[in-house]
Design a protein around this ligand. Structure first.
Ligand code: IPM
Ligand code: MG
Length: 353
């Protein structure tokens, strides 16, 4: 039995999470395992109910389950709240509290969607890499931090164990992929990056079968756009990973398709990369594929059932190959556009009974 906490959240969150839940129910019927889904509020939805974006009850539930499935949080309604009450602060808090130190963001180009990329098809075809972004350290959390009338300051700091544990996951993942890790830093300027680089190279001695190289972050931003196929596994710090994973996601032309996993030693949270898209919320227009693909990552990383992960991915690919498109990925004029629920039903159908 798998116990999942679902956090639909705000905007299109509830619609895309409903799609993922339909897929979970179909898999449970098909394979005969039991899935228990418990819903909890988070973000704006929680603020409206309890005056807090993240309640202790939601946090406790996340600690007790096997995996968390998150839709999206935030929207214009909560943007003017003081900083500590904003959805962003709640996101950082849940990451820190659950110790989700590794954020995995795949950048994969689907052949069926080559035209949707802002880059030439020849440049992006076959792109398939995985970003390991450190998620609970670095400048996002370093002390001291603050600002006054005359200056503002943050601290980028990494402990050895923080670099080791994210680099270890990246090396292990590369072993199951093409065996190539690129560590991205700014070691030509920042001491914290020199330290990062040293620790990654020391750890590499345990992974001599994996190829390791380093790249400066500015060059990496350029290389991702110039020749994305050169990457297999990227490992990088919190802030650099935040920026690079947006570039990586965008070149695939399918932000509505990209899943993510945030993993720690004890807990894990899965969510689509796209945000809450308040402009199309409640209209049954959103693309549920990123959230459904996040469920595939859940089966792979939390339940250790990679075959089921492949099954979900194949159902998504077959659905796309059949020509079905939600509005965000309908690139050719005349493509018939289907709704969130229709896309969900098509994927469930392709999963079979
Ligand atoms: C992300 C987002 C968050 C981050 C924001 C919303 C706090 O950009 O998940 O990449 O910076 O980590
Ligand atoms: Mg970001």
């Amino acid at each position: 039995m798998y116990k999942i906490v679902s956090i639909p959240g705000d905007g299109i969150g509830p619609e895309v999470v409903a799609g993922a839940v339909a897929v979970l129910e179909q898999l449970s019927k098909k394979h005969g395992f039991e899935i228990l889904i418990e819903e909890h509020p988070f973000g704006g939805a929680s603020y409206e109910l309890h005056g807090e974006m993240l309640t202790q009850a939601t946090l406790d539930a996340c600690r007790k389950c096997d995996a968390v499935l998150l839709g999206a949080v935030g929207g214009p309604k909560w943007e003017s709240l003081p900083h500590e009450h904003k959805p962003e602060a709640a996101l950082l808090k849940i990451r820190k509290e659950l110790e989700l130190f590794a954020n995995l963001r795949p950048a994969k180009v689907y052949d069926a969607l080559l035209d949707a990329s802002s880059l030439k098809a020849d440049v992006v075809r076959g792109t398939d890499f995985l970003v390991f972004r450190e998620l609970t350290g670095g400048i996002y959390f370093g002390q001291p931090r603050g600002f006054d009338e005359s200056r503002g300051w943050n601290t980028m700091v990494y402990e050895r164990y923080e670099v080791e544990r994210i680099a270890r996951l990246a090396f292990e993942a590369a072993r199951k992929r093409k065996g190539k890790v690129i560590s991205i830093d700014k070691a030509n300027v920042l001491e914290v990056s020199q330290f990062w680089r040293n620790v990654v190279h020391e750890l590499h001695k345990e992974f001599a079968d994996v190829e390791l190289s380093d790249m400066y972050v500015d060059n990496a931003a350029m290389q991702i756009v110039r020749n994305p196929k050169q990457f297999d596994v990227i490992v990088t710090s919190n802030l650099f990973g935040d920026i690079l994973s947006d570039i990586a996601g965008m070149i695939t032309g399918s932000l509505g398709m990209l899943p993510s996993a945030s993993i720690g030693t004890k807990h894990a949270l899965y969510e689509p990369i796209h945000g809450s898209a308040p402009d199309i919320a409640g209209q049954n227009k959103a693309n549920p594929i990123a959230t459904i693909a996040s469920v595939a990552m859940m089966f792979e990383h939390s339940f250790n059932l990679p075959d089921i992960a492949r099954e979900i991915e194949q159902a998504i690919e077959a659905t796309l190959a059949s020509g079905l498109r939600t509005a965000d990925i309908a690139t050719n004029a005349g493509d018939p556009v289907i709704s969130t629920t229709e896309m969900t039903e098509a994927i469930v159908r392709h999963l079979g009974a």
